[in-house]
Design a protein around this ligand. Structure first.
Ligand code: SAM
Length: 326
C-alpha cells in the first residue's frame, strides 16, 4: 500500500502515453506547440516495468491519457500488455476520440474497459474554433464506436470556457436524455501555456448548474453528493444518463485524492496542480534496482502535497496540462 503523510491511500495512477496531440485546444496548448523527442519518452518496456512496480505497491486503477494517448505508436499492443500486468484491476482512457472510430473495438479487445471522451461543443464550427481542427464528425463517430464496442460507461468531458462554449453547456447536458452517458463539466484550471485565458475565462460550477437548470428545471443531486471519481453527479428529470460537475477550482476534492500521475517522460507527478515531481525514468535507464525505484516511489508518495494552491495564487508553470497528462 502506498500511503502519503496525510494517511491517504494512493492507488490510482494516470499514465501519460505521449505529450503529442492531434488537436490544439485553445485552452490547452498553442498552435505551435513543440513536443518532446520520442527518445525522451518512456519506451514500452520501461512503461511496463514501472507499471509492475506500481501494481506491486497496491496501485490497482489506471487511466491512460496524454497528450492524446491514441496517437502513441502500437497503442493497442501496449494496452494489451498493460491490462495483463498482475494487480491491474481497472484500465481506462481519457481521449479526444478522433481515432476511436478505428481503435475503439481493438482497444476493448486488448483489455481497455472504459473511455472518457473530451467534447466541448456540439457545434461543428465551434469545435473547429476550440480545437483548431475540423474533426467534430470523427469525434462523434468515435463516441458511437466506443458505445458499439462496449466501452462502458461512456463519460463525456467538457471544459467550460467563458465566452467560448457557455452556450453549449445546456445542449451537451441534454445528450443525457437520449444516451446513458455521464456528461461532465470541468472547471478550467491554470497551467503554463495558456495561463491568461485559463485564469480569466473560468466558469464556476454554480454557474454551470444554473445554465442547465434554466433550460431543464431543477436537476436531482444523486448519491447525496458523494463523488463519482472527481464528479458530483446529477440527473435531469427523465434523462437516461447523468450530468457530472468537476469543481477542481471552486470545491477542491484534495482530501479524497487517491491519485498520482506518471508523465510520458517518466516523472512521478504527485499533484496535478503542484510542480513537484520525482524522476523515475533517468534512474531506470541508469540501471537502478527495483528496490531503488520502489523507494523513490514510496518516498515520493509519502511527500505528496496536501492539495493545490490556486486559492493562494500558486499556479503550476513547469508544464502544460498536455505535458502532465490530464
Ligand atoms: N487528449 C486527451 C483528451 O482530449 O481527453 C487526453 C489529454 S487532455 C489534456 C485531458 C482532459 O484535460 C481533456 O478533457 C481536456 O479538455 C482537459 N483539459 C485540458 N486543459 C485543461 C485545463 N486547463 N483545465 C481543465 N481541463 C483541461
Amino acid at each position: 500500500m502506498a500511503l502519503d503523510r496525510f494517511g491517504r491511500n494512493i492507488h490510482y495512477l494516470r499514465i501519460s502515453l505521449t505529450d503529442h496531440c492531434n488537436l490544439r485546444c485553445v485552452y490547452c496548448m498553442s498552435e505551435n506547440m513543440t513536443f518532446r523527442p520520442t527518445a525522451e519518452m518512456m519506451q514500452d518496456d520501461e512503461l511496463i516495468t514501472l507499471m509492475q512496480l506500481f501494481a506491486r505497491l497496491g496501485f490497482e486503477k489506471y487511466r491512460l491519457t496524454g497528450g492524446e494517448p491514441t496517437v502513441r505508436q502500437n497503442v493497442v499492443e501496449l494496452v494489451q500488455r498493460m491490462s495483463a500486468v498482475e494487480g491491474v484491476k481497472s484500465l481506462s482512457m481519457t481521449t479526444n476520440g478522433v481515432l476511436l472510430n478505428k481503435l475503439a473495438q481493438p482497444l476493448k479487445n486488448a483489455g481497455l474497459e472504459r473511455v472518457n471522451i473530451s467534447l466541448d461543443t456540439l457545434d461543428r464550427q465551434r469545435f473547429h474554433q476550440i480545437t483548431r481542427r475540423d474533426q467534430f464528425d470523427r469525434v462523434w463517430e468515435g463516441i458511437l464506436a466506443s458505445e458499439d464496442a462496449g466501452l462502458s460507461p461512456i463519460k463525456i468531458n467538457t471544459v467550460v470556457v467563458r465566452g467560448i462554449n457557455d452556450e453549449d453547456v445546456a445542449d451537451l447536458a441534454g445528450l443525457t436524455f437520449e444516451h446513458p452517458w455521464q456528461v461532465r463539466f470541468i472547471e478550467m484550471m491554470p497551467f503554463a501555456g495558456a495561463t491568461d485565458l485559463q485564469l480569466s475565462q473560468t466558469v464556476k460550477d454554480s454557474e454551470i448548474l444554473a445554465w442547465i437548470e434554466k433550460k431543464y428545471g431543477a436537476i436531482e443531486l444523486l448519491d447525496n453528493g458523494h463523488l463519482d471519481g472527481e464528479a458530483r453527479v446529477y440527473r435531469i428529470p427523465g434523462a437516461k444518463g447523468k450530468v457530472g460537475l468537476i469543481s477542481s477550482v471552486s470545491l477542491p476534492f484534495c482530501s479524497a485524492c487517491t491519485r498520482a500521475r506518471l508523465t510520458a517522460d517518466g516523472k512521478l507527478r504527485l499533484c496535478l496542480l503542484r510542480e513537484k515531481e520525482v524522476d523515475l525514468l533517468t534512474p531506470l535507464r541508469q540501471g537502478a534496482s527495483v528496490e531503488d525505484l520502489r523507494l523513490l516511489v514510496v518516498n515520493g508518495i509519502w511527500s505528496k502535497p496536501w492539495g493545490h494552491g490556486l486559492a493562494d495564487g500558486v499556479v503550476p508553470l513547469n508544464r502544460t496540462m498536455s505535458e502532465i497528462g490530464g
